[in-house]
Write a protein that binds this ligand. Sequence first.
Ligand code: CP
Length: 303
Amino acid sequence: MNALSPRSLLTTEGMPRAEIEAIFGRARLHARGLRGGTPLRSLAGRVVANLFFENSTRTRLSFERAAKALGADVLNFNSASSSVSKGETLVDTVRNVEALGVTAVVLRHPGSGAAHLVSHHVRCAVVNAGDGTHAHPSQALLDAFTLHERWGSLEGKTVAIIGDVLHSRVARSNLYCLVTLGARVLIAGPPTLVPVGLEPMGATVVPSVDAALEEADAVMMLRVQLERQRESMFPSSREYALAFGLTLARARLLKPGTVVMHPGPVNRGVELAPEVADGPANVILEQVANGVAVRMAILERCA
Ligand code: CP
């Protein structure tokens, strides 16, 4: 939260459980509305600007779909063809977009802290759609919502987050959100990609992927973020898949009913075997579908 834009969503860190559950309640309503073709048009006359300074498929289209379903006008911004290429600063760009009369700015940026920075310079709401390796709160909320709708509650459930935690804003945001909702979070992955300092955030770091899988009620496989790695953190993609990926053989360690999640985009054959990515335990497209309803609830909260 921020004094100038108090309805901003910057992180799940410190987000009260009641607030998360209120978003879930609205998302449930919106999911029903979307299924029935009668979404609430509570943002009619408002303008939402999608400012993406980094590539995205799911998050950008999901926020656009959510804003339009609520009746808002949507401005889409492509950093490559914008005046950013002429040297304009991020803050100046967003202040100019705000002057067009927007209610909320949805910002994705490669710099950790970009959404916080911007939120100190504008009066409109800022929704962090992923900033560097820091946070991706809407992804965490849609992931937790997906589990909540399956289980009724996350209390006492075990969620394993596996893989490139070091570079993962999704892992950090999920960890905060899942722990707040009462889940136990296990973390496992290559030692070079599991940072220190996760235990004080509520996680249990498990030395082997197999041990984490055996205990999990849900498994979140993280994308290997080669674009953020300045040096080689593991020998090869093939060795990563064999040692840390959810192969068909390793998937047999899962308890019956354990769900397999991935925020996307999936590196098929690296963190997830294709047979597992498309197998009966996967809820990857359910996550994407739920994302629209959850982002509708987030945008409503901003307005
Ligand atoms: N999960 C996610 O953030 O995907 P995109 O990069 O496609 O938005």
